[in-house]
Design a protein around this ligand. Structure first.
Ligand code: ATP
Ligand code: MG
Length: 392
């Protein structure tokens, strides 16, 4: 079969592949871009696999960067663009159920495709559009099936993260997991505990943002992968509710985590720390989760304390939790607050000191009172009114 490589990202890389071939080696497009192009989805990061060893790639091209040379990846620089070329490789070892102990560079495309996770991710395409399909990936694309390449038990034993990738792809692509592959996930789910929580979290977040989230979550639960991840393992009933929320896609990670926090009722900091999430994400999730119970009619001070991002996230999350309740007024109410940060307060500590206040905790408390009174609409935000109130 031939596929259409007219997408500019493929076109830009084709001269690189031709040069590799001219030097006597093979080069193919591989990975997600091939899968997504055949599905007619938008493509990102075009990966090139080659029989040339990293040193050979570096001899062919004058400008390269060793982006991942120990794994066989060299970036070829051309016209200000970078093209990642990865040497065909096999992996062995996997003594710890994650990452291979050794990667071995090989000259055989088949060996390289064999170590890939799912058949739909194990297609290769030559620069003329010819598809090399050694594992039935095209048929699985047509039937929308995620099927492990080779023996699924062995593959999940080698690298347990692949089990999370299966449910993530299910959610992203709307494919179903082949029965034998799903059975192997179920049998090997406890191995997920061997994988670093950051990598599991990255896949879980992508699952939560997928268009077929509820299908991905259903498999995540049915295979008991959910029983081997932080916090969620202890909340199976909440996870069932999570998988049954309205199907509308979730647009940002903070909304996903807010829904998880609201349903599990796990302390947000604990949840986010257990999943090793960034502080900024944890912070907005915490604020949004705190705001949820008072929606859709928070008082102005509650809105102000949440801040713009958490208001947006909480409003989005509420639409899943209480879809019948309109949140229409909440964003407008936030916008209409007299001030949005304490820097907008019409008086500062320095001004108060000029009028006889002494520095110290009392001054801070006074500013806090004024801030709250302005936010609540009890005082106009003018220097005169605030000074008068402070002196009152
Ligand atoms: P996307 O980039 O859209 O998330 P992708 O399929 O390109 O999807 P990547 O993580 O970019 O996923 O990996 C590129 C390719 O490398 C995959 O298509 C697959 O062939 C292979 N691959 C990635 N991770 C694994 C893994 N854990 N086990 C086996 N093969 C893998
Ligand atoms: Mg990719």
């Amino acid at each position: 079969m031939q596929i259409d490589l007219s997408h500019p990202d493929f076109q830009a890389a084709i001269p690189i592949m031709k040069e590799i071939e001219a030097a006597g080696f093979e080069a193919y497009f591989v990975g997600g871009a091939v899968r997504d192009a055949i599905l007619g989805l938008p493509i990102h990061d075009v990966d090139i696999a080659s029989s040339a060893y990293p040193q050979e790639i570096k001899q062919i091209f004058p400008k390269t960067v060793d982006t991942g040379i120990q794994h066989g990846t060299v970036m070829v620089l051309r016209h200000g663009q970078g093209y990642e070329v990865t040497t065909f490789r096999t992996e062995s070892g996997y003594q710890d159920f994650r990452r291979p102990d050794h990667v071995t560079f090989v000259r055989s495309l088949e060996e390289d495709l064999k170590r890939r996770d799912f058949t739909v991710n194990a297609l290769a395409v030559r620069h003329d559009g010819t598809v090399i399909d050694l594992f039935g990936g095209l048929a699985d694309l047509t039937s929308q099936t995620l099927r492990a390449v080779g023996d699924p038990h062995a593959r999940f034993h080698e690298d347990a993260l692949r089990m999370m990738r299966a449910v993530r792809f299910e959610s992203q692509l709307g494919f179903h997991v082949a029965p034998a592959t799903q059975a192997a996930i179920q049998a090997n789910a406890p191995l997920l505990a061997k994988i670093s929580v950051e990598r599991v979290a990255a896949e879980f977040t992508r699952l939560m943002l997928g268009q077929w989230r509820n299908a991905g979550l259903a498999t995540f639960l049915a295979t008991a992968l959910s029983a081997h991840v932080p916090v969620l393992a202890a909340h199976p009933a909440a996870m069932q509710r999570l998988a049954a929320l309205p199907a509308t896609p979730i647009e940002e990670p903070a909304v996903a985590w807010t829904l998880v926090a609201a349903l599990t009722q796990a302390p947000v900091r604990q949840l986010m720390t257990a999943w090793k999430q960034a502080n900024a994400l944890a912070d907005v999730t915490q604020r949004a989760t705190a705001l949820l119970p008072v929606l859709p009619i928070p008082d102005p001070w509650q809105l102000y304390q949440a801040g713009e991002a958490a208001v947006r996230v909480a409003v989005a999350a509420a639409q899943y939790l209480t879809p019948a309740v309109s949140q229409a007024g909440v964003t407008a109410a936030y916008a209409a607050l007299p001030i949005h940060t304490k820097h907008e307060l019409a008086i500062t500590g320095a001004t108060l000191m000029q009028h006889g206040f002494t520095p110290g905790p009392k001054l801070g408390q006074m500013l806090g009172h004024l801030e709250q009174a302005v936010v609540m609409g009890d005082l106009p935000n003018t220097p005169a009114a605030l000074l008068a109130a402070a002196q009152g």
